[in-house]
Design a protein around this ligand. Sequence first.
Ligand code: SF4
Length: 679
Amino acid sequence: MRTTCPYCGVGCQVEPEIQGGRILRVLAPDIPPNHGALCVKGRFGLDFPFSGKRLLYPMVREDRRQAFRRVSWNEALDYTASKLLAVLKKRGPEAIAVFPSAKTTNEEVYLTQKLARALLSTNHVDHCSRLCHSSSTVALSRSLGGASMTNPIEDIWKTDLFLVVGSNTTETHPVIGAMIKKRVRQGAGLIVVDPRYTGMAEAATLWLRIRPGTDLFLLNAMARYILEEGLWDQGYVEERTEGFAEWQASLEPYTLEEAERITGVEKEKIALAARLYATTKRAGAYWAMGVTQHTKGTATAQALVNLALLTGKVGKEGAGLNPLRGQNNVQGAGDMGALPDVLPGYLKVSDQAARKRFEALWGVELNPKPGLRMTEVFERIPEVEAIYLIGEDPVTSEPYQDHLKAKLEALPFLVVQDILENETTSFAHVVLPAASFLEKDGTFTNTDRRVQRIRKLLDPPGEARPDWWIVQELGKRLAQALGRPWALYPGPEAIWEEVRRAIPEMMGGITYRRLESEGVRWPCPHEDHPGEAVLFRERFNTPSGKARFFPVHFTPPAETPSEEYPFTLSTGRVLFHWHGGTLSRNSQLKEAYPELKVEVNPKDAQKLGIGDGEIIQVVSRRGRIRARAWVTDRTPEGVVYAPFHFAEAPANRLTTDALDPFSRIPEYKVAAVRLEKLD
Ligand code: SF4
């Protein structure tokens, strides 16, 4: 039976063949978005539901010094409800945070944020997009009035030039990476902006090897050059944008000469990239964490938006602004309102009309004050007294791990709901075992806004239950105690029907029946609507209908190399693993890539006497880890690259918790470190 890959945002359709408690093989049907293609994760990494580390029973402990006790579902849910209600009564909604998961379904995220808002009255609701594309969300929302890919994946076949900035696409969105490479073999151009020699850089027709954290300067310099050379789309700017004059004036410092000095890229190459992007009609911009995970992540995403508007690239086929979303349902989690400032459909919690819509639907009065973002919630512990965390492992994925662990130690009440044991479960008071993607029904929304079904192929093991069931049962107890309404649903389709009613302009036309054959993209306001492929063809989703330029300026990273810490650490992912590794490292992919390898440039390795494969220590101001050195010129001199999937050698023990001021995303891409040989 067909379902959706649970790893990256490409949302590949898969057909796992299961027999005798294991997956025999995984096939892929010839339908969008992947048309039969799969990467190694989809092909060989779907067996984590059979891991021996599955959480099988609800567990409770009153105190972290105690061992967990296995309890019944009734006892676990009664206890959780009573603790949350006690915090609510004593400290109010400001003391409670609820984190839905981008790994769970749309229906589950919708229900979780509903529980937070309608029952606990808190807007401290957030999810892992805070750590990946929150900066893109801020930039796209304020400029265009919408935060998603503007163009569909299949537009790759209509694109004549790709501008790929800070995206290791071949490893993190492999099927999209393969499509782009194929289109390049057909004759399209590929400009790659990246410090590392990634698979995309290898395929590039023009590779700009910038210094880490200098993308913004490069993008502003490209815009200035395009203006100087008269290569911009004046008609588009006049007709469809506002704020141009002020933004144009802000570009004064961004000369090619200065850009060469700051970024390390020859000015002729920057000029060529600018000329190619401006003069190719069907040129699409794609980006990922290399842009967003900086203290100036929002500003850098904004610089890309400004560049696309200047050259008239938004609202057209084969072009657009395309942030590649990370987790399987991170687009859906945002759509369903798993954010502190918006309800489902990106309707602002501070907007009275938006609140009224949901108050009528849910039968409660809603809190108008935007909540704290995930990174801020952790900082506010123990003022925040209770966290209900679903499907995340912040101990592995948040920056400056030791600091976060100290915060979690001080948290009076933590509920962890997950399918597998991870680093964060050891800090929990209550552990609720959830069903995996193979064990439940629902929908995920992929990176290009395509809502797709997942289907139940197996029963959950032990007493594990689907997340929607757990949230619903907890909500039932909270609602009874608070005297508030709380609808009970027979299954995910009934929850989806409420989503359709809640945000009809976005999801009204998407039914489970339509999703039987293949996914449907939002916005899809009615059942005869095919789903919108290219956004903003006629107008932007702003009050004026025009897109807005915002001036943004370059600032150095929060931490730069010093005598004591002479290298720049950049973190990221590898093809074989996914995020904190909870899923992929409990699959057979573990054998293919068993341990952390840290990339070190050969010149640096030679200076320090480090051999390829040698175990070294990587040390920052915040901690140290042991790792195997991979001596390779994929990484430039002075830069060290470490994937963050390995809990036993956590790269995030080293990273800084410096945050972008607008999105509050951490600066995972730049930290100062030194390398030490072991005695
Ligand atoms: Fe799964 Fe992404 Fe690989 Fe497709 S590209 S198989 S969605 S991990």
